[in-house]
Design a protein around this ligand. Structure first.
Ligand SMILES: Nc1ncnc2c1ncn2[C@@H]1O[C@H](COP(=O)(O)OP(=O)(O)OP(=O)(O)O)[C@@H](O)[C@H]1O
Length: 353
């Protein structure tokens, strides 16, 4: 049976070479439901690996508690926590074939031969490796080797699966394919999983929930949609996707003033009229036209990316805005120097407190 995970007031201090201390993880509180896949996402050094290693038992917390289900795990050594970790290096045994790689942990546990055979074959089937059972790892592609590493974890039927940037050694196309596979497999086997990455698209595509971390602190926990549409901070808005940050004045009646133009907003936080706050306006939520719109600007840069055109538009009094226009092959492109008109969609303006 898989377990839920609860993390309460978790801290990790390391001593630094200059004699001081580094707070790698600061007062982290998290609840991860049984069977969910939650991603720890953040820039290099934000503490995600340290948090994962504390959950696995490789690192001891300075303070705080880790529970699997109702059981406190702090004093539990890694080998009895019933977790399995998929690393970025494939960690397969080169001298054993695929079947024996997957069977390895079960043989150590001295399970009956017939049970080993049955479990290994089932997992090879689940990971699409049935046809490769007798191949040696050096006859496999990087993606297939990573599948062997994953199969070796799943066959042990751990309570918790941990992924430490498992796809970072693969090329872009294969990474995309593997993240779909990992997600489908995780949902099929239903093991509570924690996945570490610094790749926001990867996090968005595989997670039930994302934990955005910055300098040891959890900035926001939410579904991919919540984090994108309602970022809790400027850091989150900037880290997940692209964003324009626009100073706005709150008006009465669910509207804001942007540079003298009244724009309706979908969600108005509890703020007094007259207050100035920062709004997040996503580039794809701005309509660009040649004749009319809310703001007049001048195209300063054009990038044709196939599915979208990405523009940098200078608006008088508001600075440069990023604007993504869909289907440019059909719609045609504006050129550098063109005068354009921008209309942000009211439903996509998110106000930061
Ligand atoms: N053993 C250690 N001793 C001292 N400082 C450490 C140790 N391990 C990590 N740190 C520091 O703790 C902070 C968090 O590191 P951590 O490896 O958890 O970050 P990360 O988000 O996983 O980064 P990356 O994506 O680069 O792996 C960093 O400032 C790092 O330098």
């Amino acid at each position: 049976m898989t377990d839920s995970i609860r993390i309460v007031g978790l801290n990790k201090l390391f001593s630094s070479p200059d004699g001081g201390t580094v707070a790698a993880v600061k007062d982290v509180n998290l609840e991860i439901g049984a069977g969910k896949l939650v991603t720890l996402l953040g820039p290099s050094g934000c503490g995600k690996t340290t948090l994962l290693r504390m959950i696995a038992g490789f690192e001891e917390p300075s303070s705080g508690d880790i529970f699997f289900g109702k059981k406190r795990m702090n004093e539990e050594p890694p080998n009895t926590r019933d977790t399995a970790m998929v690393f970025q290096s494939y960690a397969v045994f080169p001298h054993l074939d695929v079947f024996e790689n997957v069977a390895f942990g079960l043989r150590l546990r001295k399970l009956p031969k017939a049970e080993i055979e049955e479990r290994v074959n089932r997992v090879l089937e689940q990971t699409g490796l049935s046809g490769y059972a007798r191949r040696s790892p050096n006859q496999l592609s990087g993606g297939q080797q990573q599948r062997v590493a994953l199969a070796r974890c799943i066959v042990m039927e751990p309570k918790v699966l941990l992924f430490d940037e498992p796809l970072s050694n693969l090329d872009a196309k294969l990474r995309e394919q593997m993240r779909v596979e990992i997600r489908e497999l995780q949902q099929r086997v239903g093991i509570t999983s924690i996945y570490v990455t610094h790749d926001q698209v990867e996090a968005m595509s595989i997670s039930d929930e994302i934990v955005v971390m910055n300098a040891g602190v959890v900035e926001q926990l939410g579904t991919p949609h919540e984090i994108y549409a309602r970022p809790a901070s400027r850091f989150v808005a900037d880290f997940i996707g692209k964003a324009n940050f626009v100073p706005v004045k709150i008006l009465s009646g669910d509207a804001v003033d942007i540079n003298g133009v009244r724009i309706g907003v979908r969600e108005m936080p509890d703020l007094e009229a007259g207050t100035t706050v920062t709004a997040v306006v996503r580039p794809e939520a701005i309509h660009l036209a040649g004749d009319k719109g809310d703001f007049r600007g001048t195209v300063r840069r054009v990038m044709f990316l196939g599915n979208i055109a990405e523009y940098l538009v200078e608006i008088e009094g508001l600075g440069n805005w990023l604007v993504d226009s869909p289907n440019p092959a059909e719609a045609g492109l504006f050129a550098t120097g063109d005068t354009v008109f921008l209309t942000p969609s009211p439903s996509s303006i998110h106000l930061l407190r």
